[in-house]
Design a protein around this ligand. Structure first.
Ligand SMILES: Cc1cc2nc3c(=O)[nH]c(=O)nc-3n(C[C@H](O)[C@H](O)[C@H](O)COP(=O)(O)O)c2cc1C
Length: 195
């Protein structure tokens, strides 16, 4: 699939089949992260692949899901079966690396999706506890968790209506709907031409 088609197709998924993600793919995701563009080529980020079910369970308890939904967290039979955890090495650079993290995370999720594996980036988590679970040294900080697995739900993009409501929602068939701002309100040619 083209990168553009992957970008169009990718939606955050929060319900996963209990089917392992191949180790070869997780290893590719580590490469997708470590080889991503980095400001100044400083490379302060490290990447931990997690696929041991016992470790996955310990990571899961420190994650928070779908703040806009009442029952948005995966049920036990829907939990992620793998993670890539992005760690900032403060010994290399103390400066925030938000852009680097985002680029690495999107690279990881698109490579995963290219092989049929869905994902949810998780910023709402207890970084210190996940760091302890994974044995991350004190001079490093867990920055972002990427939950992974084969999708067990359908999520679709929809054009945001006039109400400006960014909240995703689930319909009666449990399809997850993600409102995106209309193209004409955020994308311009040659000069800003919004309202
Ligand atoms: C930096 C970042 C942090 C996020 N943190 C969480 C999170 O903690 N829990 C969660 O359920 N979703 C999280 N998400 C997923 C967003 O809610 C999701 O990307 C958004 O609703 C848009 O949906 P889409 O990814 O399908 O386009 C995060 C996404 C990003 C980019």
């Amino acid at each position: 699939m083209s990168v553009y088609d992957l970008i169009l197709q990718r939606r955050t998924i929060r319900k996963f089949q209990q089917k392992p993600v191949p180790k070869e793919l997780l290893d590719k995701l580590l490469d997708a992260g470590r080889l991503a563009p980095v400001g100044g080529n400083i490379q302060p980020l490290e990447f931990i692949a997690v696929d041991d079910p016992a470790v996955c369970a310990q990571v899961f308890v420190h994650t928070r899901w779908a703040g806009y939904l009442k029952d948005g967290a995966p049920k036990p039979e829907e939990e992620p079966v793998a993670y890539v955890v992005i760690v900032h090495n403060h010994a290399i650079s103390k400066a925030a690396a938000h852009q680097d993290v985002g680029i690495a995370a999107e690279s990881i999720t698109l490579v995963a999706l290219d092989e049929g594996v869905a994902s949810c980036m998780i910023g709402a988590m207890n970084a210190a506890e996940i760091g302890k679970v994974l044995g991350v040294p004190e001079d490093r900080e867990v920055i972002l968790v990427i939950a992974l697995g084969y999708a067990s739900e359908t999520a679709v993009m929809e054009e945001m209506q006039g109400d400006d409501d960014v909240k995703y929602w689930r319909d009666e068939a449990s399809v997850h709907h993600v409102p995106k701002r209309k193209k004409e309100s955020v994308a311009f040619w040659n000069r800003w031409s919004g309202e």
